[in-house]
Design a protein around this ligand. Structure first.
Ligand SMILES: [Zn+2]
Length: 357
């Protein structure tokens, strides 16, 4: 295949977005796009380029006092009659336009066109963000080459519609179990109904007052919800077991251990098993490159409520935020598209931030 990422395309973030969208790269099928990106980066004299699987990393080594990361994933969710891209007025439609090839295009455009950035920059083009964590390119790099991720600040170019979404909330899955005694429902007084006992679990959730926390000016709104319920033996049996699956989204001022302690407090008297948890990420907007980034954007940041890869950086002590031109509400949507003017605005912002003073 002829590499569609020509110098002319690389010079224009809009054309580059379209070219990246038109290389199909559904998760686990990123080899072709990674090959194209790697070939381009290896030809750039001011970058050192490495590859791990289908994740490509390129970095400047200019001896600057600070290093920042710009990261974009190469994969998309499965196609949905939205490949290749199409243009309708100011909108580019297609799988990956919003999430997140328009953001990934920024990193590639800057990597190629900015030989003397104000900070040293590490650019990541990584595989398999849209599927389980064990395939995630950043996760694999963090295990194999953690030194590649070292930086003072990171920007994930995920869709945020041109505003800064800082940090992210943590998430915890748990199961609250009630038990009883099985009996024939015709003589139910011989038993104890575990599903009825779960009413108290649901009552506590229904009356639960979730915290709102402000960190570095960003609002995080917690939530605790029953997301599934299992119980019942047969149509004529008083059930002896009921399991309520509870998902707790917690602000980044709480560690997973603190979140678990809180959850156990809420369900005091019940059996609680935590099945899965991941830490959130504090917004970290006080680092110098982050402050300068916010100044370049010129709009107030908001807290990221979902979990994103910024937490992988936070876990290494690197403050990170999300910033990209796509509309997050259109991610994974068959009508996924991105506004051309948003692509241009964001590119100008990143230039203001990274161009030499
Ligand atoms: Zn994404």
């Amino acid at each position: 295949m002829e590499n569609p990422l020509t110098p002319e395309v690389l010079a224009d973030p809009v054309q580059l977005t379209r070219a990246l969208v038109d290389i199909e790269s559904v998760s686990l099928n990123e080899k072709a796009i990674a090959d194209c990106v790697e070939e381009v980066l290896r030809g750039v004299p001011h970058l050192t380029t490495h590859r791990h699987g289908n994740t490509v990393m390129a970095r400047t080594d200019l001896g600057r006092s600070q290093r920042v990361v710009l990261a974009g994933h190469l994969d998309t969710v499965p196609l949905n009659n939205n490949f290749p891209s199409t243009m309708r007025g100011d909108l580019m439609y297609g799988c990956g336009t919003s999430d997140m090839k328009s953001g990934t295009a920024y990193a590639l455009h800057l990597a190629v066109t900015l030989p003397d950035p104000r900070y040293d920059v590490t650019y990541f083009f990584y595989e398999a963000e849209e599927i389980e964590s064990r395939y995630n390119g950043l996760n694999l790099v963090a295990q194999a080459y953690p030194e590649w991720l070292e930086a003072d600040f990171a920007v994930l170019l995920e869709p945020t519609y041109g505003i800064v979404e800082a940090g992210c909330q943590g998430t915890m899955r748990s199961v609250v179990t009630t038990t009883g005694v099985r009996a024939h429902s015709a003589r139910s007084w011989h038993g104890a109904n575990a599903i009825h006992a779960a009413a108290e679990v649901l009552r506590r959730l229904q009356t639960y007052e979730a915290r709102r926390v402000t960190i570095d000016g960003c609002d995080y709104r917690e939530g605790m919800n029953a997301v599934r319920i299992n119980g019942g033996v047969a149509g004529n049996v008083v059930p002896d077991l009921c399991e309520v699956e509870v998902n707790y989204r917690f602000a980044p001022d709480r560690t997973p251990a603190e979140a678990e302690a809180h959850l156990r407090e809420v369900f005091a008297g019940f059996e609680v098993a935590v099945t899965d948890s991941v830490a959130g990420a504090a917004p970290g907007l006080t680092a110098a490159p982050a402050k300068e980034f916010l100044a370049a954007v010129g709009a107030a940041p908001i807290g990221k409520l979902g979990w994103t890869d910024v937490a992988r950086f936070a876990a290494m002590g690197i403050p990170a935020l999300n910033f990209g031109p796509g509309d997050p509400n259109l991610a994974h949507h068959p009508d996924e598209h991105v506004e051309i003017s948003k692509i241009r605005d964001g590119a100008a912002t990143l230039h203001r931030w990274l161009a030499p003073a």
